[in-house]
Design a protein around this ligand. Sequence first.
Ligand SMILES: [Zn+2]
Length: 168
Amino acid sequence: MFAGHLAAGLVLKKMERRINLGWLFFAALFHDFLLGILVLLGLEQIHIPANFAQTHYLTFTFPYSHGLTASIIWSLLGFGITYAVLPRWSTKERKQAGLAIALAVFSHFVLDWFVHIPEMPLLGENSPKLGLSLWNNTRNWSRHVLDFPTLFDLRTGILVRPKGEVTR
Ligand SMILES: [Zn+2]
């Protein structure tokens, strides 16, 4: 899904050309950066399910980084910070830049919602959870396209999986 998040940043770069692409990438990946920090702090958890060898996906307890309400708050914060740090731009330009960053942040929730199992809470950990389980319900080929560690070699058209595993 890493590639999907970066693609969202690229699309928004077309919409708002004045913003550095690096900031859009950062915004599009913000949820996962935050997850990493919160896991280190012990506030969120990454679980390795018992059937990981078959499913190849991890499960998560991540209400603060990946919840719907949290995502809206992070997006609004992204708008506010972007607006605040560009005092030399016109009000219209600051709003557009803030909107692009906010959309980049929220795009992470939308894309993750497609692929995660229902584990993305509406609010806190005990609230209803969202997730369309694309990773769970798709055949291997689509996992190759969506999975972070998969690399597509443009010259050969070969999908390279981790540990040297190669599929066509
Ligand atoms: Zn994520």
